[in-house]
Design a protein around this ligand. Structure first.
Ligand code: 26Q
Length: 822
């Protein structure tokens, strides 16, 4: 009998081709005569989607059981990156599909490039959530990611006249083949109004919330495949809509415009991602967003728990809820409200359940970045939750008093409410009090948390604290983005590293192997050539693939010190101007990153990079030995081109400011060497790579504290260092800004008079370190050896390792085997 593969599940090249053509015709409504590239992309996306639905439904079936514990990852951001390529990798059908597409007269890479990435995050925190979903599925841990389905994600960045311009991100414009709406699972969320006390039938004192508005949350589900296993978890994002009845009511009263207006107001909630990676001010809509997705998610979690026959008293046995920073921490008050007000559970029991269910990850050490909401705003939007927070606080402070009698200073410091002329709810305090576990995201960060930001919580409950160093997924960040390197690695040590990144250690024995070294170098050169071609297409700039590719990509922030990098570029430029014959290592400095639209200094730093680029790139004395590139619109897609092409990774934040960093890990895995401070996960990267394979500079956290304590005066450094002085003077003079003397005045002013992030203090150390980098690059054999050792020793930074630690220490979650159902 002839075996015929099903068109929707078959994986042979023939079947894939047939299914692809079929989807082009019946879904896109096109044939080859009129199909656009996007039509072909959509036809392929649906072909792939068909092939994962079976896994998805089988996974749901395997996991929908009372004894299964599910991890719920609550995050205001999920920066997933394009799905198509990743799903091909997970399904293990990349090569078959490439061939099927080729035989259809098309190019797979071109179709993959058609996908508009869902930019539902700002940077590190959102991308971490995406890597964690990948690893949860790879490890077959039942998990749901809950968040917001923003209609407009992070803005697209254009550069005009050197300045950042923000363009609306219309990512849903051509439809999204990866999501499925589940309107039958819609939930309601209430806002505003007031509360009333009453005594219920059993004579118990209760509170009723009389809300003012209702919003409806519609879930949109995206499958998240495990790597070469049968698991497909769910990313469930909520879209805000107006309740239908509300429309009709107003309509019947003849207030048609009123009804439409209310509808628009409701839909606003999931309209746009806030493009700040720090809370600038407490905007009401932002709090509405947070409460909206958290309330939807908790109702969904409880619904599932009851559906499988669980009792609410046992919620913590079937659910582990992780708070990705404080953004979803209102969930603690909301779960208390659901348990106490709606499900009539007594306060103490409800508090036990809540604490046992929630855990909190902190991502920042900057005190100004800790979320707090004005009491007045909070109370008008969530009157019942404010009461609940007061009650949590009252009982919490009682406990504190019992443990530290008479210590009123401590009470004030620990209180969930910040007193003063304007009062605030402190969300990190709510999260810490309401969770059984609190973690930082790198060893240093977790230590500093205990010492500074959460010191009082540590002294109160040291057992809650642990470190979970961040990780990134090797599937997207090596296999998908650097296929040639992945191939070489697998050929040399087998392909076990993809699921067990520790195996990369076996590469160490090739570090001195001439033949291996030359293939390693060739792959880097190929990746650099590709990036150079992309740079030419996007900016018109020609860069030399044989120069040292020195790259800094990340959000633009003063503490990340992109402008310290610029100070070195100007220093090099000055040396060449002084002595055009000088022998230097040719370098290409590449920058990428977005600035928050309201962050003036960050935008000025972008302008600075572009102004310096103009001068350096066009000066005949430089003779092309230095190039400076600012690549617009840095995002996940672009990251996938950048990390594989990098030779030097810039991780130069002021010590004690960067919680972890994750780009640092992606660079290093792909064979870049790091120039960095002892900050965030750099410390652990250096530990793993070996100090001889890491370019270290700058003050330590302790030295930063000490210097600030004894009174830091940036002018001392300016006055004492002629090269630095020259650079600063040039910034002020206008030679770097076509004579506009005032342009960089705010930067110069800040550096000379305040320099909060100690650029001038670290300048000399950075320059010397960069000079060592330039020297080291001349010995290509030695450089390659260091590069191989960096990759070989990055096993620790797989998100699989991080997720295993969360499962064991915090969530108590275990793998559930998925059997494929026909
Ligand atoms: C909060 C309230 C209102 C508006 C915006 C925000 C907001 C949004 C995003 C606050 C913070 C963020 C993002 C923070 C972030 O990305 N932090 C980074 O997290 C990474 C993952 O742990 C770390 O590696 C980085 O060090 C840290 O900066």
């Amino acid at each position: 009998p002839v075996q015929i593969e099903d068109d929707r599940t078959g994986l042979s090249v023939e079947t894939l081709k047939r299914a692809f053509a079929d989807n082009l015709f019946y879904i896109q409504g096109k044939n080859a005569d009129i199909a656009t590239l996007n039509d072909y992309y959509m036809a392929l996306a649906y072909t792939v989607r068909d092939r994962l639905l079976q896994r998805w439904l089988s996974t749901i079936k395997a996991q929908l059981k009372p004894e299964v514990k599910v991890v719920y990852y609550l995050s205001a951001e999920f920066l997933m990156g394009p799905h198509l390529g990743n799903n091909l990798v997970s399904l293990g059908i990349y090569d078959q599909v490439r061939q099927a597409i080729q035989e259809s007269g098309l190019n797979l890479e071109e179709l993959i490039a058609q996908e508009e990435e869902p930019g539902l995050g700002n940077g590190g925190l959102g991308r971490l959530a995406a890597c964690y979903l990948d690893s949860l599925a790879a490890l077959e841990i039942p998990a749901v990611g809950y968040g917001l389905r923003y209609e407009f994600g992070i803005f697209d960045q254009e550069i005009r006249d050197g300045w950042q311009v923000e363009i609306t991100d219309k990512w849903l414009r051509y439809g999204n083949p990866w999501e499925i709406a589940r309107p039958e699972a819609t939930v309601e969320v209430k806002l505003g109004g007031h509360t009333e006390a009453f005594v219920d039938g059993a004579g118990r004192y209760r509170v009723r919330w009389i809300p003012e508005r209702t919003i409806v949350g519609v879930p949109y589900d995206t499958p998240v495949l495990g790597f070469k296993n049968n698991a497909a978890n769910t990313l469930r994002l909520w879209k805000a809509e107006a309740p239908e009845s509300f429309d009709f009511q107003a309509f019947n009263l003849g207030d048609y415009y009123g009804a439409v207006n209310a509808k628009m107001y409701s839909e606003n909630i999931s309209k746009v991602l806030y493009p700040n990676d720090e809370p600038l001010q407490g905007r009401e809509l932002r709090l509405e967003q947070q409460f909206f997705f958290v309330s939807c998610s908790l109702q969904d979690i409880i619904r599932r728990h009851l559906y499988v026959g669980g009792k609410l008293e046992d919620l913590h046995n079937s659910a582990a809820i992780q708070l990705n920073d404080t953004h979803p921490s209102i969930g603690i008050a909301e779960l208390m409200r659901l348990l106490v007000d709606e499900h009539n559970i007594d306060w103490d029991t409800a508090w036990q359940i809540t604490q046992n269910t929630f855990a909190y990850t902190n991502h920042t050490l900057l005190p100004e970045a800790l979320e707090r909401w004005p009491l007045s705003l909070f109370g008008s939007l969530l009157p019942r939750h404010l009461e609940i927070i007061f009650e949590i606080n009252r009982r919490f402070l009682q406990e504190v008093s019992a443990k530290f009698p008479g210590d009123t200073g401590r009470l004030a410091r620990l209180s969930l409410i910040q007193e003063g002329p304007e009062k605030f709810v402190r969300m990190a305090h709510l999260a810490s009090a309401g969770s059984h576990a609190i973690n930082g995201v790198a060893a240093l960060h977790s230590e500093l948390l205990k010492r500074d930001v959460l010191r009082d919580f540590y002294e109160l409950s040291p057992e809650k604290f642990s470190n979970k160093t961040n990780g990134v997924t090797p599937r997207r960040w090596i296999m998908l983005s650097n296929p040639e390197l992945a191939f070489l690695i697998s050929e040399s040590i087998g392909d076990g590293w993809i699921k067990n990144l520790g195996e990369l250690r076996e590469l160490e024995r090739f570090a001195n192997d001439k033949e291996f070294q030359s293939r390693w170098r060739q792959i880097k050169l190929n990746n650099k050539t590709n990036l150079a071609e992309y740079i030419r297409k996007r900016t018109g700039l020609v860069v030399d693939p044989h120069s040292l590719f020195d790259i800094q990509v990340k959000r633009i922030h003063e503490y990340k010190r992109q402008h310290l990098n610029v100070l070195y570029i100007i220093t090099l430029y000055n040396r060449l101007k002084q002595n055009p014959e000088l022998e230097i290592t040719p370098r290409t400095f590449i920058f990428g990153g977005k600035a928050a639209p309201g962050y003036f200094m960050a935008k000025l730093i972008i302008k600075l990079i572009n102004s310096v680029a103009d001068v350096v790139n066009n000066d005949p004395d430089v003779g092309g030995r230095l190039k400076v590139v600012f690549l617009p619109d840095y995002n996940v897609t672009f990251g996938q081109r950048v990390y594989p092409a990098a030779e030097l990774s810039e991780q130069i934040s002021t010590a004690g400011k960067e919680a972890s960093g994750t780009g640092n890990m992606k660079f290093s895995m792909n064979g870049a060497l790091t120039i960095g401070t002892l900050d965030g996960a750099n410390v652990e990267i250096r530990e793993e790579a070996g100090e001889e394979n890491f370019f270290l500079f700058g003050l330590t956290t302790e030295e930063v504290y000490a210097l600030k304590a004894r009174g830091y005066n940036p002018r001392d450094y300016y006055n004492g260092n002629p090269a630095l002085r020259q650079v600063i003077d040039q910034l002020a003079s206008g030679v770097l800004s076509s004579g506009e003397t005032h342009l960089f005045a705010p930067l110069v002013d800040h550096l000379l008079n305040r320099d909060e992030y100690l650029l001038l203090a670290d300048y000399q150390s950075y320059v010397e370190c960069q000079d060592r980098v330039g020297e080291a690059y001349r010995d290509q054999e030695h450089w390659t050896r260091m590069s191989i050792l960096n990759s070989a020793r990055m096993g620790k930074f797989s998100s699989d390792r991080a997720i295993r630690e969360y499962c064991e220490d915090i969530w108590g979650a275990v793998a559930v085997d998925v059997v494929l159902e026909e």
